[in-house]
Write a protein that binds this ligand. Structure first.
Ligand code: IMP
Length: 435
């Protein structure tokens, strides 16, 4: 067997969905281990575009085993919608959601909005999918899990009690009345129905992964969000509430460290960020607009315009350190085509001195000014030209692109294995001798 983990090396939206979908060709099992429907993975097959939020990205291949680990928080409505979508497209889905994964309820989403309002300047600009409140409940030990959702009799009781408690809590602290949305009994009933529908898809994910490994199957771990959004290692408090980094796999899928053979970090050739918080290499004005429009940089979950910036190698090296990447996948190299000079941030200047250290102090990160290295840009190539390059291999990439990629490798000390030049599966270049 071999297993590969695919991890976002930036602020999410690095193109992991496309990379996972590409790598899934050789995988038997695809596992999500963190986050929930805050993720937005866009996959293009032929002329059709699919957006997934919860179900693993390789779900459109027939015969794949799809797993959602205990480290995820599952919105049953989204899970059911996506199951139906996949089944409409390719027939019966082979999906198991961990019985230990926590459930995202409607009140988590309401609470997400109320908390963001309350936080003012400290708000992260969340996706409003109830992620933070659901993980808070998990840690506070009054959440409900998938195993509760599918156990109808006890679920009715537990759920009603929880909803009543939340009703009081929201009225007391937020002056918000539950009844504005749906009555508590209606809500309980809605989730009972969803529990019935999802029951056949709930099981022991950790056991399934270990069985697959024993059988010699190939396992792909699909990270959601990115390293800089990790609850421990990200730009706190502007990140998400799960461990998006490689360590999240063991606790979020229930596997020992030796179950992870190789780790691939995914980075764009530039950088984007959706939501609040400091981004040292952010660019504004015409160039940012050019990148945003050409790269279709709008959130897959919320549709918000993404903030765009130059590649930040200080942050990327930090992501390499936290995750121990064996390879990098560099995406959207085509988007930078047509820009005369491209930049990579190689250090930060803060209070008059230079540092290559990614700070834990978010206020300090706000004060960091990027120190750039400038490289020659490359021409705008047509899709046909990029496709020709993919057929011919690395050697026929424009010299400036090769220099750019080699500089990333030098700065990070990690080889580039994949280069993505478009959203489709076949718009991916595999570097010889890597995978
Ligand atoms: P939450 O995960 O919805 O609580 O959002 C917390 C922060 O993470 C916000 O800044 C979001 O914009 C960001 N975020 C969450 N999920 C994603 C994602 O899949 N891609 C990019 N950013 C995300």
């Amino acid at each position: 067997m071999s297993s590969l983990a695919v991890i976002g090396a930036q602020f999410g939206d690095e193109g992991k969905g496309k990379i996972v979908d590409f790598l899934a060709q050789k995988a038997d099992v695809i596992v999500r281990f963190n986050g929930g429907s805050n993720a937005g993975h866009t996959v293009m097959v032929g002329e059709k575009t699919y957006k997934f939020h919860l179900i693993p990205s390789g779900s459109l291949y027939p015969e794949k085993t799809l797993l959602i680990g205990n480290g995820c928080v599952v919105d049953p409505e989204v899970a059911w919608e996506e199951i139906l979508m996949v089944e409409r497209e390719k027939g019966k889905i082979n999906l198991t959601i961990s019985e230990r994964a926590h459930v995202v309820f409607s009140y988590h989403k309401v609470l997400d909005e109320l908390q963001e309002k309350l936080k003012g300047k400290l708000k992260a600009g969340t996706t409003k999918r109830g992620i933070g409140p659901a993980y808070s409940d998990k840690s506070a030990r009054f959440g409900l899990r998938m195993v509760d959702l599918i156990n109808e009799d006890s679920f009715r009781r537990k759920c009603k009690k929880l909803f009543l408690m939340y009703d009081r809590l929201m009225q007391t602290f937020y002056n918000h009345k539950w009844e504005k949305h749906a009555s508590i009994d209606e809500e309980v009933e809605k989730y009972v129905q969803l529990g019935r529908k999802l029951k056949p898809y709930v099981g022991d994910v950790s056991g399934k992964i270990l069985n697959s490994i024993e059988k010699g199957e190939n396992v792909l771990f699909e990270g959601a969000q990115g390293t800089l959004l990790d609850i421990d290692f990200g730009v706190y408090p502007f990140g998400t509430s799960s461990n998006t980094t490689v360590g999240g796999i063991c606790v979020g899928a229930g596997v020992p460290p030796r179950a992870i053979d190789k780790v691939m970090g995914v980075t764009k050739a530039y950088l984007t960020r959706v939501g609040a918080g400091p981004v040292p290499t952010e660019i504004k004005g015409e160039l940012a607009r050019y990148i945003r429009e050409k790269g279709a940089e709008y959130g897959a979950t919320t549709g918000r315009p993404r903030r765009c910036g130059w590649l930040d190698a200080v942050a990327l090296k930090y992501a390499c350190r936290i995750n121990g990447f064996d390879y990098l996948a560099v995406t959207k190299i085509d988007v930078l085509g047509g820009i005369e000079k491209v930049k990579i941030c190689v250090a930060y200047e803060v209070n008059g001195s230079e540092t290559k250290f990614f700070p834990a102090d978010t206020e300090k990160l706000s004060d960091c000014k990027p120190v750039y290295e400038e490289l020659d840009g490359w021409r705008n190539l047509s899709l046909g030209k990029w496709r020709k390059i993919i057929k011919e291999g690395y050697g026929s990439l424009p010299a400036e692109v090769k220099k750019f990629l080699e500089r990333i490798e030098e700065l990070c000390g990690v080889p580039v294995a994949l280069v993505s030049v478009g959203p489709r599966r076949d718009e991916t270049l595999v570097l010889e001798g890597t995978l």
